[in-house]
Write a protein that binds this ligand. Structure first.
Ligand code: GDP
Ligand code: ZN
Length: 387
């Protein structure tokens, strides 16, 4: 399907911003919502960002081109003389790549920033790109984007509510790691499930890490949870950053892979990262502190290189990723233990939420075949989906 026409989009229009504000307010006013953090990254623009957006829009006004981004099958086909780099952070007007251990500030040709674009920003953290040094610039070591290697995976969300334009969060990610705490703060199954769904929709592996197991006893709830997820085929690690439990396994998990780490604040993500690479957690905390409090974290998605091979992308607000355009009717397919009943209910448009009679999933739930915590999670996510 061709991307929707939206030729006039430059930055954020005032009405779009207002619409977002209203949507955010609507969610915040919903007492039953657990999505209060989902919108961290799309809060209002601050003055500086506002100024940049306006300036940027002005700059673009005269340019007429809608040439698409050039993708290359392999980096061997990159234009001759271009430098190869990995994108480690993306900003409104430029992006940073790591090329041979050196950080380069790179710019996008204007033609990539306008016209009919499927993506809000043509490059994403994790992209392997070809860049060429730019001449006649006052600053040293500036480069221009000339190519992007085809992505093996893509984590994205809608750039706008009600918009086809996707915002790519990270490219070439191997796994999405959801970190929850066994206690303090209490974990929510639906939070884990949202990440699982996001990962599955992006065809990225999902791994569940339960940290702070020092706070619970063997056989407590978190162990049961670990067991049912393991049975469903997910990899689960039981960790304690405090007591150094499972840290070796955690390091092996990260080694030589591109991972996105997500989890509520306070679950111990920084502590776990510090345990495998001293200082890394601190670095990540600084980034999220600077930008975390609702101020434009979209530009702060950052890829950190691991000194034992691999990388970690830290991004807040991941809960809403991947949920866009998910239909109520399709949700059940993301719950493997329920998916086997698809088509068996009395009504073929059964919601499996206990409303319709003759629901096989409700029967399985009552018979103890389906864990009630998972079904609760299903119902709560179902209710947040629009259609
Ligand atoms: P983040 O917000 O996810 O990065 O979490 P932090 O790493 O900053 O940890 C939040 C709090 O939990 C800190 O006070 C840590 O000392 C504590 N913490 C982290 N890991 C563990 C753990 O395994 N066990 C216990 N008991 N506390 C932990
Ligand atoms: Zn049903």
């Amino acid at each position: 399907m061709p991307p929707k026409k939206n030729p006039k989009r430059r930055g954020l229009s005032k009405s779009a911003r207002n619409r977002r504000k209203n949507e955010i307010a609507a969610y915040e006013n919903n007492p039953d919502s657990d999505t209060e953090h989902d919108f961290e990254d799309i809060d209002e623009l601050n003055d500086e960002e506002e100024r940049l957006v306006t300036e940027f829009a002005k700059e673009q006004e005269h340019v007429e081109s809608d040439r698409p981004v050039d993708f290359y099958k392999s980096e061997d086909n990159f234009p001759e003389g271009a430098l190869k780099g990995v994108v480690t952070s993306v900003h409104r007007r430029n992006f940073i790549t790591l090329s041979d251990g050196e950080e380069l500030i790179c710019f996008l040709p204007r033609r990539l920033m306008i016209g009919e674009r499927k993506y809000k920003h043509p490059v994403a953290v994790g992209d392997v790109v070809a860049v060429e040094p730019v001449e006649n610039v006052t600053q040293e070591k500036q480069c221009m984007l000339v190519g992007i290697k085809e992505r093996k995976s893509l984590l994205s969300r809608a750039a706008h509510f009600k918009s086809d334009q996707e915002q790519v969060i990270a490219a070439n990610i191997d796994q999405l790691i959801v970190v929850v705490a066994a206690a303090e703060p209490a974990y929510k199954i639906r939070f884990i499930d949202r990440v699982i769904i996001t990962a599955e929709r992006s065809q990225i592996e999902c791994v569940i890490c339960i940290n702070k197991i020092d706070l619970v006893a063997q056989g407590d709830d978190p162990y049961e949870v670990a067991e049912f997820y393991t049975k469903l085929g997910y990899k689960v690690l039981m960790l304690s950053a405090k007591e150094n439990k499972g840290i070796e396994e955690f390091q092996q998990l990260l080694e030589n892979k591109n991972s996105v780490l997500t989890g509520q604040s306070g679950v111990g993500k920084s502590s776990l990262l510090n345990a495998v690479q001293p200082g890394l957690g601190i670095k990540i905390n600084e980034v999220s502190k600077k930008t975390g409090k609702g101020k434009h974290t979209t530009t702060s998605v950052q890829m950190h290189m691991l000194n034992f091979g691999g990388s970690v992308v830290d991004t807040p607000g991941i809960r809403s990723f991947g949920m866009h355009e998910l239909l109520k009717a399709d949700l059940v397919a993301y719950y493997p233990e329920m998916a086997s009943y698809i088509g068996l209910c009395r009504f073929n448009n059964c919601s499996h939420t206990g409303v319709e009679p003759g629901c096989k999933i409700m029967e399985a739930l009552e018979a103890g075949v389906i864990d009630p915590r998972r079904h609760d999670s299903y119902v709560s996510i179902y209710e947040t989906l629009k259609i």
